[in-house]
Design a protein around this ligand. Structure first.
Ligand code: ASP
Length: 491
């Protein structure tokens, strides 16, 4: 029977999900209701009026003492009663959120909520296999290496690749943002209140030291349960290395057990991957039905700058690296990786996509488990080209808006270096890059509040940068594998 290849199925799921989401958004994202007292209103509220759309939700009500209260929730700009999210509003006024949940949600948002719950099931399945897959895969890979010196060489090559490509990505981002100058030509965007932006009080040194600390888990089982990927990777590699050094029957037994466990986990992951078209369908439909296209317009130039820079890195720089260093066809390689890349796009999480990336690299791209199991888990945590590039563009954009000029060369170098370190520190989960950005803004003396202006479009840019993160991890795998295979006898 004719069966469409998996990546085409996923692409179709993505297109169908976007079409349904956008149609819902265009036809039923507006809702205007008036609610009279007694009509399921929180106690004491006399009447309420709600206007919902994808750009903003306005909730007005009259409380027990007759005061008229108005709250606006919108990802774009607004007045003093304006909130970025329902969570922020809930902290100040739970009644307003209750009224909205009971009466005001547009049909598009109601569907959006369900889409995101159903898509969430697919993400949960991926999360479910992540830790056992990483552990068994790393054990198999490292014990299979048979000698601890081989790992050292692979480690050096991997880290060198990560640093070079992330720096290349940042330079691409800086060049594009200096040419496009998005902050000096768009429409003015209003600022928001300080308590609505992602905060991190830690300094860069603290964050990086935290990463080192994580490599020595106090309790490896707690790290597995959390899960803290860096801790899990570090402990598993150490365990595998000591297994090799104990040698003999012990090493043989543990090696066999790890391989058996890995085979089972791989089979499970492959089964979940077959559900990817459905998962991607729901995830995309959730984003498009609730957000629509309107929110992206006010920050158009900024979105264009990030997209162009990510495009150059993903479609020119990385394919060139595949061609020159891995000596493979970039198109064939991208095709093999497409289920992982499309899932990264719709889920905005490189950690979430990791099981898929690992199985694509081994099953579809023919890279050895030894390389895949070592390079990919490490890459999902510390190699983020897309995030590094994005940090650089976003901070320069914010600086252009704030200072109404471009940053000096020396300041741009500070941005580049901090962006590199911030991308190493960012976790592979949605919106992690936004949290890390506070560190760079601080380094060049920009107010954190300015980050509020880019919140509205962060989700869509997160989707793009996550695909680039995963693509770069995969390319790294191909490069390291090719180099290893060229010198099989060197240990
Ligand atoms: N979402 C990205 C990832 O998982 C991280 C980021 O926010 O840039 O790779």
């Amino acid at each position: 029977m004719f069966r469409l290849a998996l990546h085409w199925q996923i692409l179709l799921g993505m297109i169908a999900g976007s079409l349904i989401g956008l149609t819902l958004n265009y036809t039923s994202s507006k809702r205007n209701v008036q609610v009279e007292s007694g009509d399921r209103l929180p106690s004491g509220i006399r009447s309420a009026e709600i206007e919902d759309s994808s750009e903003a939700t306005v909730i007005q009500y009259i409380d027990a003492s007759g005061n008229q209260i108005k709250r606006t929730v919108s990802p774009i700009a607004g007045d003093k009663d304006h909130f970025r999210s329902f969570d922020a509003l809930k902290k100040v006024d739970a009644d307003a959120v209750e009224i909205y949940e009971a009466h005001g949600k547009s049909v598009a948002k109601q569907f959006g909520d369900w889409f995101s719950k159903l898509g969430g099931l697919f993400l949960r399945m991926l999360q479910m296999v992540a830790v056992p897959l990483i552990v068994t895969s790393l054990l198999t890979g490292v014990i299979g290496l048979g000698s601890s010196t081989g790992i050292g060489r692979m480690f050096r090559r991997t880290i060198f690749y990560y640093l070079c490509t992330s720096m290349l990505a940042i330079i691409t981002g800086l060049v594009v943002v200096n040419v496009v100058r998005p902050g000096l030509r768009g429409q003015p965007v209003a600022k928001v209140k300080a308590d609505e932006v992602a905060h991190t009080s830690a300094s860069l040194v603290d964050v990086l030291f935290g990463q080192f600390e994580a490599m020595i888990p106090k309790n490896p089982l707690a790290a597995l349960a959390e899960p803290n990927f860096l801790s899990v990777i570090a402990f598993t590699v150490a365990f595998a290395l000591f297994t090799i050094s104990v040698g003999g029957k012990t090493s043989e037994r543990i090696g066999e057990l790890a391989t058996a466990g890995f085979d089972v986990m791989m089979a499970m992951t492959m089964a979940i991957i077959r559900l990817a078209p459905i998962g991607v369908f729901f995830l995309i439909a959730a984003v498009t039905s609730t957000q629509g296209a309107g929110v992206f317009m006010s920050l158009l130039w900024y979105v264009v700058a990030v997209a162009v820079a990510l495009g150059i890195h993903a479609f020119i720089s990385l394919p060139l690296i595949v061609k020159v260093f891995a000596k493979r066809s970039p198109i064939e390689f991208a095709k093999a990786m497409s289920p992982a890349l499309l899932t990264a796009f719709s889920s905005a999480s490189s950690n979430g996509t990791l099981p898929l990336t690992m199985s694509n690299v081994e099953e579809r791209a023919g890279i050895s488990n030894r390389t895949g199991s070592f390079v990919l888990p490490l890459g999902a945590t510390i190699n983020m080209d897309g995030t590094a590039l994005y940090e650089a563009v976003a901070v320069l954009f914010i600086a252009q808006l704030h200072f109404e000029r471009n940053l000096e060369m020396s300041e741009q170098i500070v941005v580049a270096l901090t962006a590199l370190l911030a991308s190493v520190g960012a976790a592979g989960i949605p919106h992690a890059g936004l949290v890390m950005m506070a560190i760079i803004l601080h380094a060049v003396g920009l107010p954190l509040e300015m980050q509020g202006v880019i919140l509205a479009v962060d989700r869509v840019l997160d989707m793009c940068r996550t695909s680039v993160n995963v693509w770069s991890d995969a390319v790294g795998c191909a490069v390291v594998d090719a180099l290893e295979n060229r010198q099989p006898s060197v240990t």
